[in-house]
Design a protein around this ligand. Structure first.
Ligand code: PEP
Ligand code: MG
Length: 748
């Protein structure tokens, strides 16, 4: 390889593969590998550093540095040139390492005599596993060709690590896919569950990183590529003319599948001895590394498409993927990078838990998980690269923690906790038909939030008085086309049937911001949460809103109809929305359709401005429902989708409670019924404080009704109020701490 020829490179890869096939401990393999590489590249030093834990790299094998330094020399990510390569994922190539910025001298290695340094990340699917380094005495820069060849070697090392080739006595290495791993993510939905991993899109495991016959590999690559192109063309051919966005994505796929640069790089890697799978994956790694650094969202999306395309190609090449014949376990815990609501609905309620690498609390997949009370943890970084189908997994949705392949002690502690929760659940069921009445005689009406047909059975099971918020957008989000009026009318009628005369507050379509319909072009807005959304869209382009109102009126036919508008920010918007309802009622009557027995028109209160609207507004509203999720984000100017700030301001902050109290007072002045339907209503301590501020109606996900009711029945609201007032007088920022202290003294 010193002469840079492809055949030298192939020879080295062949020897690496033989090493992999040999019996023996992982350490012996690593030693041999460093020797082979140094020899083949004609350099004095070759070293392999691997992650010991998420922060520390360890010298695990070397040819040329002092052998005593092996497993002794460690550095933190970012420290020295090796740490720099690990942190940035980028190569460092310098002819004079000691004079290079960031160099750190490690006396035990004896490396001071080596001048030239080339370090490359050992990466697999965007995850850096370690660093491969070559060094030589003379001052020289490694050539492009040498870097390229070493990259191919690093790729094979990553695959070997993946296959567990370096695990064994003496080697302080992470055994991929074998050890217990703990993930600290974010709570998407509370609850705990244990089960077995089911990967939404199983990763392809490349078992043959090195191939003997480049021509044959190249032919395999081209056959697979042709298959891929045909399948993309086929998908394009099956698209409906209105599926514009899907078409765009597929066109991008097609463009990549025909991209000469991409193809050429893969062919070159194959010529150097990589198998077709490994060559595709190497390109995929490069694209992933680029994805991390590209700030432009459009380009990132395109790189994402390329990633997806590579996955498809890998599945075709290896015959793995959905066609693997793997069977879903009885207790599946779904693992995915991200998942849309429609895909999630296909799995149905059989899932025990869901763990996502991305996702957000307000996303509709999260809302579906919540409606089903399936524990959900989001932001579990890199779990799709580590988990394998069938692994034991325990998900603690309360803490946002996931234990993959847990140790026995964790398993028993986890099960104890689940047993305690099951006990509490039994208590809640026994309260189902009892009122949420406080000790001092205040009854709080508890309603449930819904949006899917799957939610309806909870109306009976949860003890809810009715549906305080029916999110109609979910029916729009789970389809890949706009639903028709009759379809909607049928769904709404079924909801009313299931409610058996209980109140159901339908909210008109709330799209925009985080709720983007897959079949509508997203608006390119600088700040979608403050942009063209919800009733703003409804009033500016009333076609869809009118169609929805007609469907609601037809569904009610002779029964009461209760509806409200989302994101109203001023009186005029409410009036305009209400006028639309009256117009549609007239129109439906003229068409001979039966009208609802009674129509109540209310609004969500989600913007602080509405709390200060004129009294006439409150007089005109038949009811008001406080949408705390949005209200809070606008009140504190903290994006509910932004993990960095969304928890910064406590709901029990005295300013927010003050706002709630003001809204309650204004509603009382006009005798307008008011409730609260944001997520906080389902948190027992928050619910308690809202009740103390005067709210007598709360709407929450069904699973929260039991815990909220149980707490409300234990307390005296005047005492809660006294604690809040005292905290307020004493200048506390949040009443949480004093309330929690007081609650500790309240009898069970
Ligand atoms: C809210 O904003 O509190 C609310 C209930 O609406 P959504 O979460 O659907 O925006
Ligand atoms: Mg809202």
């Amino acid at each position: 390889m010193a002469d840079g020829t492809e055949s030298e490179s192939r020879k080295l890869l062949g020897r690496l593969r033989d090493t992999l096939a040999e019996e023996g401990a992982g350490q012996a393999r690593l030693d041999k590998i460093t020797h082979l590489i140094a020899d083949s590249m004609g350099t004095q030093v070759c070293s392999i550093y691997l992650f010991r834990d998420s922060e520390t790299l360890e010298l695990c094998a070397t040819q040329g540095l002092k052998p005593e330094a092996v497993h002794q020399t460690r550095m933190r990510v970012g420290e020295g040139l090796v740490g720099h390569v690990a942190r940035t994922g980028q190569p460092v190539n310098t002819e004079n390492a000691p004079a290079t910025k960031g160099f750190r001298y490690m006396p035990e290695t004896g490396e001071e005599v080596f001048s030239a340094f080339l370090g490359l990340p050992i990466q697999r699917l965007g995850e850096t596993l370690g660093v491969l380094v070559v060094q030589s005495r003379d001052k020289r820069k490694y050539s492009e060709d040498e870097i390229y060849a070493l990259e191919v070697v690093a790729m094979v090392l990553a695959e070997m690590a993946e296959l567990g080739a370096f695990v064994g006595e003496g080697a302080a290495l992470r055994a991929l896919h074998q050890q217990a791993v703990l993930y600290h993510g974010t709570t998407g939905q509370e609850g705990s569950a244990e089960g077995h991993v089911w990967l939404h899109e199983p990763r392809v495991v490349v078992t043959n990183p090195v191939a003997d016959d480049p021509e044959q590999e190249n032919a395999r690559f081209h056959v697979a590529l042709d298959d891929l192109r045909l399948s993309v063309d086929d998908m394009l051919g099956r698209l409906h003319p209105s599926d514009k966005d899907q078409r765009e994505v597929l066109e991008a796929y097609r463009m990549f599948a025909n991209s000469r640069g991409w193809m050429r790089r893969i062919e070159e890697d194959i010529a150097r001895g990589l198998s077709a799978e490994a060559a595709v994956e190497k390109e995929q790694n490069t694209a992933r590394a680029r994805m991390e650094t590209v700030p432009d969202p459009y380009l990132r999306e395109r790189l994402h498409d390329l990633d997806d395309l590579s996955n498809r190609l890998l599945r075709i090449l290896s015959g793995q993927g959905s066609e693997t014949g793997a069977e879903m376990p009885d207790d599946p815990v779904l693992i995915a990078t991200n998942i849309g609501p429609a895909e999630l609905l296909e799995y149905g309620r059989r899932l025990k838990a869901i763990v996502l690498e991305e996702g957000s609390v307000g996303s509709h997949a999260a809302i579906v998980a919540r409606a089903w009370a399936i524990p959900l943890v989001i932001h579990a970084k890199n779990i799709t690269a580590e988990a394998l189908n069938g692994d034991v997994i325990m998900v603690d949705g309360d803490q946002g923690v996931v234990h993959l392949r847990p140790e026995d002690t964790v398993v028993s502690a986890f099960r104890d906790k689940m047993a305690m929760k099951a006990e509490a659940q039994k208590r809640y069921v026994s309260l189902r038909d009892k009122p949420a009445e406080t000790r001092d005689g205040h009854t709080i009406q508890l309603y449930m939030n819904a949006g899917l047909m799957a939610d309806l059975p909870s109306l009976e099971g949860s003890g809810a008085e009715g549906v305080g918020l029916f999110r109609t957008e979910l029916q729009f989000l789970i389809r890949n086309r706009m639903p028709k009026r009759q379809e909607l009318a049928d769904i709404y009628a079924r909801v009313l049937d299931a409610s058996k005369g209980r109140r159901v507050q339908f909210r008109t379509l709330d799209i925009g911001s985080d709720k983007v319909l897959p079949y509508m072009k997203p608006n390119d807005e600088p700040n979608p949460a403050l942009g063209w959304r919800a009733i703003r869209v409804g009033l500016d382009k009333p076609g869809v809103m009118r169609m929805q109102l007609q469907a609601l009126i037809r569904a009610a036919a002779g029964r009461p109809l209760t509806l409200m508008f989302p994101m109203v920010a001023q009186f005029e918007e409410f009036k305009a929305g209400r006028d639309h309802v009256f117009r549609e009622l007239e129109r439906e009557e003229a068409l001979g359709h039966a009208l609802p027995a009674k129509v109540e028109i209310g609004t969500m209160l989600e913007t602080p401005s509405l709390a200060y609207a004129p009294k006439q507004f409150f007089d005109m509203c038949d009811f008001i429902s406080i949408g705390g999720n949005d209200l809070k984000q606008f009140f504190f100017a903290a994006d509910r989708e932004n993990e960095r700030v969304r928890r910064r301001y406590d709901t029990l902050n005295v300013s927010f409670l003050g706002l709630i109290e003001r809204i309650v007072e204004r509603c009382e002045d006009s005798e307008t019924p008011v409730s609260f339907c944001g997520e906080d209503a389902g948190r027992p301590v928050e619910a308690l404080c809202f009740a103390a501020m005067g709210l007598r109606s709360l709407s929450m996900r069904p699973a929260s009704i039991g815990p909220v009711k149980s707490l409300l029945r234990r307390v005296d609201l005047s005492e809660v109020r006294a604690v809040i007032d005292k905290a307020w007088d004493e200048g506390e920022q949040s009443v949480r701490q004093p309330i929690m202290e007081w609650l500790a003294s309240v009898p069970r």
